[in-house]
Design a protein around this ligand. Sequence first.
Ligand SMILES: CC(C)(COP(=O)(O)OP(=O)(O)OC[C@H]1O[C@@H](n2cnc3c(N)ncnc32)[C@H](O)[C@@H]1OP(=O)(O)O)[C@@H](O)C(=O)NCCC(=O)NCCS
Length: 145
Amino acid sequence: MAASDPWLKLGLKKRHCLKTFSVPFRETYLARSGREIAGLVVIAMYGTFRGYIQSLFVAPAFRGQGLGEELMNFAEGKIFARSPNVFLCVSSFNKGAQRFYRRLGYKRAGVITDFFEKGSDELLLRKTVGPLRSFSPRRKKHGKR
Ligand SMILES: CC(C)(COP(=O)(O)OP(=O)(O)OC[C@H]1O[C@@H](n2cnc3c(N)ncnc32)[C@H](O)[C@@H]1OP(=O)(O)O)[C@@H](O)C(=O)NCCC(=O)NCCS
């Protein structure tokens, strides 16, 4: 991650990336190819923006083969079982990722201006299955019969 945009462009180092995984209430899911990590998605399930995709990353050698979409489908399955919204931020300069999210049905919910540095905005995107009030989470199964 630290060697790839958008983290590289944002000046985020390995230690910042590692922090992504150590914060409580976040869930990290890995896609593996043999012993190699091909991609990952980190979701946060707390607060007003629960269902927030903190990080999505596909290693350069595995890009453009549908893995990013597969990771998003997986994350959406996890989130929509518990909440009607998926939120995420994408940097204003990350046009490829913006196209990718648009194709998956994400709509712009807001703009956070000058977030990391002046002139670099973060676009808040959202995909929803409906309002909070009419949402009923899927029940968890407790144990096997
Ligand atoms: C964005 C990302 C997760 C997409 O993963 P992927 O496995 O390449 O995605 P898919 O194969 O399912 O879909 C490919 C689409 O992603 C777009 N894309 C965005 N950035 C890309 C990149 N660096 N390389 C290849 N495709 C990229 C392609 O344009 C393509 O769209 P198209 O089919 O309309 O041409 C991946 O490119 C990535 O990890 N990029 C760097 C990290 C990043 O930007 N993460 C999102 C931060 S909000």
